[in-house]
Ligand binder design. Structure first.
Ligand code: GRF
Length: 186
């Protein structure tokens, strides 16, 4: 079995979708969900889906080996699904080309520090883009700059609000993220 750890800071709709997709999968299994926020909704979702879950402090993520040890004893790959802390060097070293992120835009556009959640979709709207999309990529030491594994696009019309754009991106994420993970890992 290939075991996954999902790291997430927010609602966890992607995490839930991935957990459901790999439920009873012959080769891939979600082993745990880890957050940097103990009140993150993703932890409730993991609880309801009977997946081991845990929150660690920001300090534990950034300054100690605790989280890496926890992950290494449980997971072969790490999936970032709305995880808002920068991945520390010790985690990158422990998981070379084994950390996969989803970004809600067509990288290299609209990436980098501060570009997450609605700020991405507002920036897409403000610059008058006619399309946007999702990028699934490996993580390296710089934000949003690892090798791109997959992109899917959606049109942006003049009438679309940032919320409309977010809803279209959400659909793309739900459709593609688990399948792309499956393809990369098998
Ligand atoms: C998604 O838009 C994803 O692209 C990202 O953060 C968001 C997480 O949403 N990087 P959710 O918590 O899975 O609902």
């Amino acid at each position: 079995m290939i075991k996954l750890a999902i790291l997430a800071s927010g609602t966890g709709s992607n995490a839930e979708n991935i957990i459901r997709y790999f439920d009873r999968h012959p080769k891939i299994q979600v082993a745990c969900v880890v957050s940097n926020l103990k009140e993150a909704k993703v932890l409730e979702k993991a609880e309801n889906l009977h997946i081991e879950h845990r929150a660690f402090s920001k300090q534990a993520f950034l300054e100690e080996n605790t989280v890496v040890k926890y992950l290494q004893s449980r997971a072969d790959f790490i999936i970032l699904a709305g995880f808002l802390l920068k991945i520390p060097g010790n985690m990158l070293a422990a998981y070379p080309n084994k950390i996969i992120n989803i970004h809600p835009a067509l990288l290299p556009k609209f990436g980098g520090k501060g570009m997450y959640g609605m700020s991405v979709h507002k920036a897409v709207k403000d610059t008058g883009e006619t399309e946007t999309g999702i990028t699934i990529h490996f993580i390296n030491e710089n934000y949003d700059e690892g090798a791109i594994l997959f992109q899917a696009k959606t049109a942006v019309s003049k009438k679309d609000s940032p919320e409309d754009i977010a809803a279209n991106i959400h659909k793309l994420e739900q459709t593609h993220f688990p399948e792309v993970i499956e393809k990369i890992l098998t």
